[in-house]
Design a protein around this ligand. Structure first.
Ligand code: CTP
Length: 401
């Protein structure tokens, strides 16, 4: 079992403002001021084209820091290099985000300082598009936005109205105050509450090289942990074997087997709430061979024994935390989820359909949440967006509990 406490996101909030080459860049200095007025520490990165619209000197004056412009400037990199900048930021706000910048971000390019910083960062990414309304409606732009949102980026606007090009329509960058409000809004609905969250699969060893596992990527559990932290909760994330890293402010404990996960969960209680997102293996091999099992040519029987049901155990404690389960079903989703809610005495269960093409190991998901007397259809969206909606339901129900 390994443990890692990532650094708690410090106040003041650290915002990297990215400026790309659009006429709306004239509003960016005001955005920097609005963010600073709201207590943020702000640094600015510009694309080369952006400098045709607004000078680095202006942005340096309003941000109080030297503006980051080039990736390969030895002197600038000796100050705060692009990787340091990417790690420093809690939020990256690209305003204006031009069609070209959106395309480069969607393609995962890293051909200048701003795109490289975005790729190298785990910060929340906010995009404030600004472009001609026909460009905004173009399928290429829509697809790039959809790709970025699906990866967790949040789009702010654009608004509609008269444009710099003299036409009318959607494509205007939102007002600096509106962007600053959205970025700094952060709900504190769960401040002071301690959450334990499980995520990912468990691996049950057969021998030193083989295991029984499942296709869970852990992304839903990580998204839930992050959304809880964003709502002000103190979060401990107990993760099975996954290839993911969590954002700052989340305590993470890595485990491999269901038994290790159970012990880690129990060691973290009492807590205000337990959210069991992990796809825990229901069974493990009755015995684990110390040597690699050799092929014998014969057919082979594998004896499996049940694993502890962590969720049921936690829900059976007295006093107990507020308990949220997940149900991954291949059919009769609602019926099976309600049955599990009742059988395991849960406060809430979030149900999704899994199959060859959805749910596990996918960026998108669809969730319906059930309590004993209500249901919330959260629709189909990115795991990040669904996690935020689920956290709102949890916060509301905990308040009423
Ligand atoms: N769960 C758990 N410990 C287990 C198995 C499951 O804590 N050993 C939790 C999961 O994290 C999830 C919920 O139980 O929140 C539902 O898991 P699922 O495997 O869908 O349900 P089961 O009760 O195992 O029923 P079945 O596999 O028969 O559908």
């Amino acid at each position: 079992m390994s443990r890692n406490v990532s650094e708690k996101a410090e106040t003041p909030r650290r915002v990297l403002v990215g400026v790309s080459a659009g006429i709306a860049a004239y509003k960016t200095p005001e955005l920097v001021r609005r963010l600073r007025e709201r207590g943020c520490e702000v640094r600015v990165a510009m694309t080369r084209g952006a400098k045709e619209f607004i000078t680095p000197l202006t942005l340096q004056a309003v941000s109080g820091h030297r503006v980051h412009e080039t990736l390969l400037d030895v002197e600038a990199e000796a100050g705060m290099g692009h990787i340091e900048l990417a790690r420093w930021a809690d939020d990256i706000v690209v305003a204006p985000a031009t069609a070209d910048l959106l395309a480069r971000l969607a393609a995962g390019m890293a051909d200048d300082l701003l795109t490289t910083a975005v790729l190298a960062s785990r910060a929340r990414l906010w995009l404030a598009p600004a472009m001609n309304h026909v460009m905004w409606d173009h399928p290429a732009v829509r697809q790039n936005i959809a790709t970025l949102e699906q990866r967790g980026a949040r789009t702010l606007g654009p608004g509609s109205g008269s444009q710099a090009c003299g036409e009318e329509g959607y494509g205007r960058m939102l007002a600096p105050g509106e962007i600053a409000d959205a970025v700094t809004a952060g709900s504190e609905a769960l401040a002071g509450k301690r959450f334990v969250v499980t995520a990912g699969p468990t691996y049950e060893a057969l021998d030193p090289v083989r295991f029984i596992g499942n296709r869970s990527s852990g992304r839903m559990g990580f998204a839930v942990a992050e959304a809880l932290a964003e709502a002000g909760a103190e979060v401990t994330l107990i993760a099975g074997p996954v290839h993911l890293s969590a954002r700052g402010g989340i305590e993470r404990i890595d485990v491999r087997t269901a038994a290790e996960m159970r012990d880690a969960v129990m060691a973290q209680l009492p807590a205000d709430a337990f959210v069991s997102v992990a796809a825990v293996a229901d069974y493990r091999p009755a015995s684990r061979s110390d040597e690699k099992i050799k092929r014998s040519g014969e057919s082979m029987q594998l004896e499996l024994v049940p694993n502890p049901d962590i969720l049921r155990e936690v829900a059976g404690l007295s006093p107990r935390p507020f308990v949220v389960g997940f149900a991954a079903e291949t059919s009769d989703v609602g019926e099976n989820a309600r049955a599990k809610l009742e059988a395991k005495s849960l406060d809430l269960i979030a149900a999704n359909r899994v199959g060859d093409d959805c749910g596990f190991d996918a960026g998108e998901n669809a969730l319906v949440v059930y309590s004993s007397d209500r249901e919330w259809d959260l629709g189909s969206a990115s795991k990040t967006a669904l996690a935020e909606k689920l956290v709102s339901v949890i916060a509301e129900q905990m308040e009423n509990a």
